[in-house]
Design a protein around this ligand. Sequence first.
Ligand SMILES: [Zn+2]
Ligand SMILES: [Zn+2]
Length: 312
Amino acid sequence: MRCTRTVVCAAAVLLGFVTSRAAAQRIFGGAALDTSAVTRLIVLGSGTPVPDPERAGPAYAVTYGTRVFLFDAGAGVMRRVAAAGLPIDGMTAVLLTHLHSDHTLGLPDVILTTWVMGRSRVMPVIGPPGTRAMVGHLQAAWIEDVVVRTEGSERGRVGGQRVDVRETTGGVVYDSAGIRIRAIPVPHGSWPVAFAFRVDTPDRSIVLGGDTAPSAALEEAARGVDLLVHEVYDSRRVAPEQRPGGEMWPQYLREFHTSDEELGAIAARAKPKQLILSHVLRMGGTMDEVIAGVRRGGFSGTVVVAKDLDRF
Ligand SMILES: [Zn+2]
Ligand SMILES: [Zn+2]
């Protein structure tokens, strides 16, 4: 095919040959991966189940040197990975806070796209019980794709789509060369197991809250951390919804999530250096309203509302 326009050329290159981070950066203009010994938190998706075009589904990357840890895999995750200039051919590990669909819709994207983009090793996928079954079903769902890509003229690497599932119920899930990651069980309504993660690197401490109702364990883990990323809902917008079962909405929020005032109180006690609000259930309210709720709860420190591709 003769390329006459930049965009067509880029598409042709992408479809045929893109397997490297450098190529992805050329095409997408994403920032380069900072491979220095500085820890970065990159917000890949700050959204909720609502398909907001500005906010991909929940996903965060923590990078240190050449290592990239992906936390959750919401819808749109690999597009954001590329936009952030992160490797599109695999992560050091993928970690799941829980198996709610908004946090896992991008998991087949992560598993299969990294393979198609040249993944050369079996990537660990760490999550709660149920992760193995979910990954098994996903692999089965795309089996015809795998057969065509490996047995057809694409010559895809046989077995390259495999991942190493490691189910856990909490505790240290990664500890190597200065980076330690701990899964902290948190209450998330009727989910039997859901996690927050604490990441310690040589230069930073980060707690990623996942989805959680107020949690003493999370609060303890977040004491004095550099960054606390936490979900939140607008306490003043809580009302029954006009749908069958909608009368349960306030109870659902209380059992599964954390209000702005509750988060303010947690942060006031834990004293993170920076509180990052993400996965915000505004329910028609504004971000300023949510921040005001956090202030009412008692936190007077730095509060930031996460946007996709923000770096901390
Ligand atoms: Zn969620
Ligand atoms: Zn959830």
